[in-house]
Design a protein around this ligand. Structure first.
Ligand SMILES: Cc1cc2nc3c(=O)[nH]c(=O)nc-3n(C[C@H](O)[C@H](O)[C@H](O)COP(=O)(O)OP(=O)(O)OC[C@H]3O[C@@H](n4cnc5c(N)ncnc54)[C@H](O)[C@@H]3O)c2cc1C
Length: 732
C-alpha cells in the first residue's frame, strides 16, 4: 500500500519498456546490425513460430513438415547465418555471442524449442568453430551458410549417450574410435561407433560432431569427430525422444557405425611413433564450446520471464469485465485482480527476477565478445614465446598472480599486457557463464511457476496467452541440457575461489557502495553488505572444519560448495541489474524518444533493482548463516555444553556484590539451577566465539533491507498504472 502523498510525488512507468530501453540496458544501442537482427528474428518468432504453437504443433514430439518449415524461415530471416563470418556466408563481423544471445531471447520470447532448434545447429558447428582446422572451418561453415537457391547443411552435436555412459559425467564415454585401415603412406580410415541419447536436430542433421574415446592402441585419448550422412556404414537417426518440452525441435537417440577419414578429427592430429595423437581431447573441445553456448541457453529463460509480464497484466485487469458487478470506469472493471496487493506484488517479483537474469545473461554474452579476440591474441603471444603443453598451465598460474598484483596497483606496467588483460576477463567469464546458466534457468523455472500461478487455471491450459504453461515446463529443460545445475555448481565451486576473481569481486563491493552513495534507492548498499558476507563465509569455510574435524570447503562436499555457488549467483544477477540501471540513467537522456518517459522508467527500474537486491541479500544471509553455523554441533545440557552457563549458586553469591545480577543473568544467558534444572530448550545457546564478525555483518544486512518493501509497494503501484497494448502481438 502506498500513501496518496507519496503517489503524488512519484514518477510512474508509462508503458512497457520497448526496444529503445532494451538497447541501452543491454548495450547495443549503437549496433544497427543487431537492431535489424532483432526485428527480423522477432518477425519469425511472433509469426511462423507463434502460429505453429497456437495450432498445436507442440502436441507431438514427431518432427513434422510444419516444424521443418521453420528451418527455412530461420534461413531466410538471417537466423541461420548469424553464426558465420561474412566470408563464410554470414553477415555479422567479429564476435557473435551478443548477437546469438539476442536471437535466443527473441525466439524464446515465444517458444524456446524453436530457439533450441536454431541454436543446436550452432552447437554442432561450435567444436569446428572453436577448435577445428582452417580446412574444417572453411568447409563446414560455408556448407551450413544459407544462400539463394542453396539448401544449407544442418548439424547435430552428439555428446550424451544411453545410460550408463555420458550424462552429467562427460568423461564416461561409451562411443569408440578405432583404425579401420591405414594405407601405406596414406590417410588412416577410422571406424566410429557412437550411440546418442536426446540429440537435438537428429531428425534432419546432415552431419554430427560426436565425442568418442579411443578403443585402439594406435589412437591416443579421446576426440571429437565429424560424421556425415553419406559416410559408409550406419547413420541411423534413431527413435524420437518422447519429451514433454521444446517440441519445436527434433530430439532423437541416433546410432552411428561409420567409416570416416582421420581428417574428420576436430582440430586435426599428428602421428607420433605410429600413434594418432588428436590435437584436442573431447573434454578440451567441449569446455571451449559450452562456456559460450550455455550463455544463450540462460538467456532463453530470461526471455520467458519478461514475456510473461504483459499477458499477466492484461489477464488481471480484464478478469471481471463483463460481470454485472463491474461497471466500466469502476476500479473493479479497470483494474480487476490488480486491486489485490498480492497479485501485483508477485508480478513485480517475476519482473525483477526476469530483469536480473537478462542483465546477467547479456553481461556474460558481452564479456565473451570482449574475450574472443583477446583469446586469439593471447594464443599468438604464447606461441611467439614458444609456450605450449604443460608449460601453459604453469605460465597461467604466474600470469594470474601478476594480474592480482596489477589489480592491487602494484604492477601498473601490465595495463597493456595481453596475457594479464586476458586472465582478468577470463577469470570473470569462468564464473559468469556457469552462474547465468545455473541461476537464470534454475531460479527462472521457479519464477515461471509463479507467473503461471498468477493466471489461475488459464495458466495451465494451451489457451494461455503467452504460452506460459509451455514456457514453465520448457524452463526445466534449459536448466538440464548442456549440463544440468550440478555441473554448473561444480564448475563454480572451482572458479569462484580463484584469487583473481576474488580480487575483482572485492572491487565490485566498493563499486556497489559508490553507486549506493549516489542512488540509495537501488538496494546497492544491501547488495554490497551481502557480497561482503559471501566473501567472509567463503574464507571461513575454506579454513574451517566441521564438528567432526572434516574439512568443509572441498570438491566432494557439495553440501558446502553448491549452496555457496547458488548464493554467488544471486549477487551477480543483482549486481548486473544495478549496473544496467546506471547505464539507462546515463544514456537514456541521449535518446529523445525516451525523454518524457525516462524519469518514470528510471524510478521503476530502480525499485525493481531494490526489490531484487533485497531478495538476493536475504537469500545470501540465509545460505551463509546455514553454512557458518550448520556444521557445528549444538551444545547439549552436559558438562561440556554447560561449561559456559552460569550456576545459580554463583549468581546468588554475587548478588550481595551486584544486586539484581541473578535476575538479569537469567534474561541474557543460560543458568543452571541448584537442582540441576535448566531452561526448556535444545541446549545452552550457541556462543559466537570467532563468529562475531559474521554476526555483525548479519545484523547489518538485516538493517540494510530498510526501504526495500517501500520499493516493492511503489513498483506494484506502477504495475496498476502502466499502459499495455490492446492485445498481444502474437496469437494465443
Ligand atoms: C530435449 C533434450 C535435448 C538434448 N539435446 C542434446 C544434444 O543436442 N546433444 C547432447 O549431447 N545432449 C543433449 N541432451 C542431453 C542433456 O544434455 C543431458 O540430459 C544432460 O546433460 C543431463 O544428463 P543425464 O540426463 O544423463 O543426467 P544424469 O547424468 O543422469 O544426472 C541426473 C541428475 O543427477 C544428479 N547428478 C548427476 N551427476 C552428479 C554429480 N557429479 N554431482 C551432483 N549431482 C549429480 C543431478 O541432479 C543431475 O541432474 C538433451 C536432452 C534433452 C532432454
Amino acid at each position: 500500500m502506498i500513501t496518496a502523498a507519496a503517489q503524488s510525488q512519484t514518477e510512474y512507468l508509462r508503458a512497457l519498456p520497448g526496444d529503445d530501453v532494451r538497447q541501452i540496458l543491454w548495450r547495443f544501442a549503437d549496433r544497427y546490425d543487431l537492431h535489424m537482427l532483432v526485428q527480423s528474428v522477432r518477425a519469425v518468432a511472433r509469426g511462423p513460430v507463434a502460429r505453429l504453437v497456437a495450432a498445436g504443433a507442440r502436441n507431438t514430439h514427431e518432427w513434422t513438415a510444419e516444424k521443418a518449415s521453420l528451418l527455412e524461415a530461420f534461413d531466410e530471416s538471417g537466423i541461420t547465418g548469424v553464426f558465420m563470418e561474412p566470408a563464410e556466408g554470414g553477415f555479422i563481423e567479429g564476435p557473435k555471442n551478443l548477437a546469438l544471445a539476442l536471437v535466443a531471447f527473441e525466439l524464446a520470447w515465444v517458444d524456446a524449442g524453436a530457439a533450441t532448434g536454431s541454436l543446436a545447429g550452432c552447437l554442432a558447428l561450435s567444436p569446428i568453430h572453436e577448435r577445428g582446422t582452417p580446412e574444417q572451418k572453411e568447409l563446414y561453415m560455408s556448407r551450413c551458410a544459407p544462400g539463394p537457391g542453396k539448401s544449407p547443411w544442418r548439424g547435430a552435436f552428439c555428446l550424451t549417450e544411453p545410460i550408463p555412459y555420458v550424462g552429467v559425467e562427460t568423461g564416461m564415454l561409451g562411443g569408440k574410435v578405432r583404425i579401420a585401415e591405414w594405407p601405406e603412406g596414406g590417410e588412416p580410415i577410422l571406424h566410429v561407433e557412437k550411440r546418442g541419447r536426446f540429440i537435438t536436430n537428429s531428425g534432419f542433421a546432415n552431419f554430427v560432431t560426436a565425442a568418442v574415446d579411443s578403443d585402439d592402441a594406435r589412437i591416443k585419448g579421446s576426440c571429437m569427430v565429424i560424421l556425415e550422412e553419406g559416410d559408409s556404414g550406419i547413420f541411423d537417426r534413431g527413435t524420437p525422444a518422447r519429451k514433454l518440452v521444446h517440441q519445436l525441435s527434433s530430439t532423437r537417440d541416433p546410432i552411428f557405425n561409420l567409416k570416416v577419414p582421420a581428417s574428420r578429427i576436430v582440430g586435426g592430429y599428428t602421428v607420433k611413433d605410429g600413434i594418432i595423437v588428436p590435437r584436442y581431447s573431447h573434454g578440451e573441445i567441449i569446455e571451449a564450446v559450452f562456456r559460450r553456448t550455455r550463455v544463450t541457453v540462460a538467456i532463453m529463460t530470461s526471455a520467458k520471464l519478461l514475456s510473461a509480464i504483459e499477458p499477466v497484466i492484461r489477464y488481471h485487469r480484464s478478469r471481471f469485465r463483463g460481470s454485472s458487478a463491474a461497471h466500466p470506469g469502476s476500479p473493479r472493471y479497470e483494474l480487476g485482480l490488480q486491486l489485490k496487493e498480492d497479485a501485483v506484488q508477485r508480478l513485480v517479483d517475476v519482473w525483477a527476477a526476469g530483469e536480473a537474469s537478462a542483465s546477467l545473461g547479456f553481461a556474460a554474452a558481452r564479456l565473451f565478445d570482449e574475450l574472443d579476440p583477446l583469446e586469439k591474441k593471447k594464443d599468438e603471444v604464447l606461441a611467439e614465446r614458444g609456450i605450449s603443453g604443460s608449460a601453459v598451465l604453469k605460465t597461467r598460474r604466474q600470469i594470474g598472480r601478476d594480474a592480482v598484483a596489477f589489480l592491487q596497483g602494484q604492477r601498473p606496467e601490465l595495463a597493456d599486457d595481453i596475457l594479464t588483460q586476458y586472465a582478468i576477463l577470463d577469470s570473470v567469464a569462468n564464473v559468469l557463464c556457469p552462474a547465468c546458466k545455473l541461476w537464470n534457468t534454475g531460479h527462472g523455472a521457479q519464477m515461471m511457476r509463479e507467473a503461471v500461478s498468477l493466471m489461475g487455471g488459464y495458466g495451465i491450459t494451451e489457451d494461455c496467452p503467452g504460452f506460459l504453461g509451455h514456457k514453465w515446463m520448457d524452463a526445466q529443460l534449459e536448466a538440464t541440457y548442456e549440463g544440468p545445475e550440478a555441473v554448473q555448481r561444480r564448475q563454480l565451486s572451482v572458479t569462484m575461489v580463484d584469487e583473481l576473481f576474488l580480487a575483482q569481486f572485492r572491487g565490485w563491493v566498493r563499486e556497489m557502495r559508490e553507486i549506493a552513495n549516489d542512488r540509495p534507492g537501488t538496494g546497492a548498499c544491501a547488495l554490497a553488505t551481502a557480497m561482503q558476507m559471501w566473501v567472509w563465509t567463503l574464507r571461513h569455510l575454506l579454513k574451517t572444519t566441521d564438528a567432526d574435524g572434516e574439512k568443509l570447503y572441498q570438491g566432494a562436499r557439495q553440501g558446502v560448495t553448491f549452496p555457496l555457488a547458488d548464493a554467488l549467483c544471486w549477487l551477480l544477477a543483482s549486481r548486473s541489474q544495478i549496473l544496467d540501471l546506471v547505464e539507462l540513467e546515463a544514456k537514456g537522456p541521449e535518446n529523445p524518444a525516451l525523454a518524457e518517459a525516462l524519469p518514470g522508467l528510471v524510478q521503476f527500474f530502480t525499485d525493481l533493482c531494490h526489490v531484487q537486491a533485497a531478495r538476493a541479500a536475504g537469500e545470501v544471509g540465509r545460505i551463509c548463516a546455514e553454512l557458518v553455523f550448520g556444521f557445528n554441533r549444538h551444545p547439549a545440557w552436559d558438562t561440556e555444553g554447560c561449561a559456559t552457563c552460569y550456576q545459580a549458586e554463583d549468581l546468588e553469591a554475587m548478588e550481595s556484590l551486584i544486586p539484581g545480577i541473578a535476575s538479569l543473568a537469567r534474561g541474557y544467558t543460560d543458568v543452571i539451577e541448584v537442582d540441576g534444572s535448566h531452561p526448556v530448550k535444545a541446549g545452552p545457546c550457541v556462543r559466537l566465539t570467532g563468529l562475531d564478525e559474521f554476526a555483525r555483518l548479519r545484523g547489518r544486512l538485516d538493517g540494510c533491507l530498510t526501504g526495500s518493501q517501500l520499493a516493492h509497494d511503489r513498483a506494484a503501484e506502477a504495475l496498476t498504472r502502466v499502459m499495455i497494448p490492446e492485445a498481444l502481438d502474437y496469437p494465443a
